[in-house]
Design a protein around this ligand. Structure first.
Ligand SMILES: Nc1ncnc2c1ncn2[C@@H]1O[C@H](COP(=O)(O)OP(=O)(O)O)[C@@H](O)[C@H]1O
Ligand SMILES: [Mg+2]
Length: 270
């Protein structure tokens, strides 16, 4: 097997990146996929939302894995989670220092790619959560990734800032990673009962065309409270709308990543 690596990215905060990373990863794992979730955000919300705050592997967190000049093998940093089939490369606040410490380091943009290359034969999917910024941590993630999943919150100004993200994707493609693709745009916190919800969805469609996942993620209280229980929503509230949505997203994601390889060098439609 050769893992497919996906970045969950959008430099806006609060758009559902971490929620999507946790719940897509858990839904894929419960669908019998071998999944590694990687927390590239110093806020560590993925780590805590999966119930692993403060649980480190012997070699430490992703901070040490990225910054040490000759780190031990990457599996020394990987821990298991309460979800069968889902492993985690955790982070904590220290990771914020990596942005500065790596500035003059060799191959500073490729550190994550080199780490994940070691375990590509071990997982079907590697999902990497990113911080709300386009700095070195997100750059490392995009250099490592085959595809990007962009969560877009379904409200006015939804598309604001996405030009900066797509410009960054283009730069990464040109400089480091020619095959980097937008795998999909997922509309989050939707309320399709309102006209605004429908209008924003239509606007996002007009820009991203068939890249927009058919599944949309509704605003759902269970999704909001699951991280405080340290569980993905599928375990916290198996019968909720949030679970239904992320299981459906996982199915759609599996279908589009399994059957067709994402074409290289594609451009944004619209
Ligand atoms: N579909 C949803 N319904 C309700 N609350 C949500 C939903 N998606 C995310 N949230 C909540 O919104 C906040 C921001 O989401 P998060 O996934 O952390 O965004 P990001 O990682 O992009 O900053 C969190 O408190 C999260 O629990
Ligand atoms: Mg987050």
């Amino acid at each position: 097997m050769r893992s497919r690596i996906f970045a969950i990215a959008n430099q806006k905060g609060g758009v559902g990146k971490t929620t999507t990373a946790i719940n897509l990863a858990a839904s894929l794992a419960l669908g019998d996929q071998a999944v590694l979730a990687v927390d590239m955000d110093p806020q560590g919300n993925l780590t805590s939302g999966i119930g692993q705050k403060g649980n480190y592997a012997p070699a430490g967190t992703i901070y040490e894995a990225l910054t040490e000049e000759s780190p031990p093998a990457v599996d020394q940093y990987i821990i298991s989670t309460g979800v069968s089939g889902l492993s985690l490369l955790p982070s904590d606040r220290e990771l914020a220092g990596a942005e500065i410490e790596l500035v003059n380091a060799s191959r500073r943009e490729q550190r994550l790619r080199l780490l994940l290359d070691q375990v590509r034969d071990r997982y079907d999917y590697i999902l990497v959560d990113t911080p709300p910024a386009l700095g070195l941590l997100t750059l490392n993630t995009l250099v490592a990734a085959d595809g990007v999943i962009i969560p877009v919150v379904c409200e006015y100004f939804a598309l604001e800032g996405l030009a900066a993200l797509t410009a960054t994707l283009k730069q990464v493609r040109d400089a480091f990673n020619r095959s980097l693709e937008i795998s999909g745009v997922v509309l989050t916190m939707t309320d399709m009962r309102t006209n605004l919800g429908k209008e924003v969805a239509a606007e996002v469609q007009s820009v991203f065309g068939n890249k927009v996942f058919e599944t949309t993620i509704p605003r759902n209280i269970r999704l909001g409270e699951a991280p405080s229980r340290g569980m993905p929503v599928v375990l916290h509230a198996p019968r909720s709308k949030g679970t239904e949505a992320y299981v459906s997203l996982a199915r759609e994601f599996l279908a589009c990543t399994r059957s067709t390889r994402i074409p290289a060098g594609g451009t944004l439609r619209g």
